[in-house]
Design a protein around this ligand. Structure first.
Ligand SMILES: [Zn+2]
Length: 229
């Protein structure tokens, strides 16, 4: 177990040398998030390998990582396919679940906040705002989804309740929610809400952190709800 910075780096938030599998993973991940690979569409390993000019091994590895995140599915004799989008029911259930846990997580995080932890959160938030040399809209949006997941997870790590953290983390909520809709409004408004949340953490105001997180999740829900219209 390394430092928190190393942990975040290991999850891909900070720049690090990209391995072959990482590159293949990112390529397929972006196509899934932008729906260039349609929900339910088959993902033939040989075709992907040929398109990306790599062997089948890194493609298999990338796909099994995506399967753990619930973005692709594997069926016996059929192989991999893109996971279906969330249904309206799953969407509602996820937000109810987030609203139960994350405001309390933010409150606990504010109570346990240290200057080091705050510096990490500020860095995570800044990373989301600028991104690492975003090449295009698709990449920027897909990276934002992941960076947002890391930001929220970092808050729950600071909160120190491992049951809350792992329960949310294992749902990969951000990837599934962001995949519903591809819109820059989603990212701009979220950045402002994150800034409000950071202000509460800076002030050491636990009730405010709880309230700002509640607002952020409720607003995120109404932004993404239009995906079902
Ligand atoms: Zn967020």
């Amino acid at each position: 177990m390394g430092t928190a910075t190393e942990e975040i780096a290991a999850k891909g938030l900070l720049p690090r040398p990209a391995s072959m599998v990482d590159g293949v993973y990112d390529g397929i991940y972006e196509k899934l998030m932008s729906l260039e690979i349609a929900p339910g569409a088959r993902i033939p390993i040989d075709v992907i390998a040929r398109d990306m000019n790599v062997s089948q091994t890194p493609v298999r590895e990338a796909l099994s990582r995506l399967e753990r995140e619930g973005l692709v599915r594997k069926a016996h004799l059929i192989g991999y396919s893109a996971a279906p989008l969330l249904t309206r029911k799953q969407f509602d259930d996820l937000y109810t679940f987030r609203l139960l846990l994350e405001p309390e997580g933010a409150r606990l995080a504010a109570l346990r906040m240290t200057p080091e932890a705050l510096a990490l959160l500020e860095a995570a938030a800044a990373d989301m705002g600028h991104g690492a040399a975003p090449v295009d809209r698709t990449s920027r949006y897909s990276r934002f989804a992941r960076a947002d997941a890391h930001f929220h997870d970092a808050i729950l790590q600071i909160a120190g309740n491992e049951v809350i953290r792992s329960t949310l983390f294992n749902q990969h909520v951000h990837l599934h929610l962001f995949r519903l809709m591809f819109h820059t409004r989603v990212t701009q408004e979220a950045l402002e809400e994150h800034e409000n949340l950071l202000a509460a953490f800076r002030a050491g105001d636990a009730p405010a952190a709880q309230a700002r997180m509640s607002e952020h999740i409720a607003r995120s829900r109404s932004r993404l709800l239009s995906a079902f219209e």
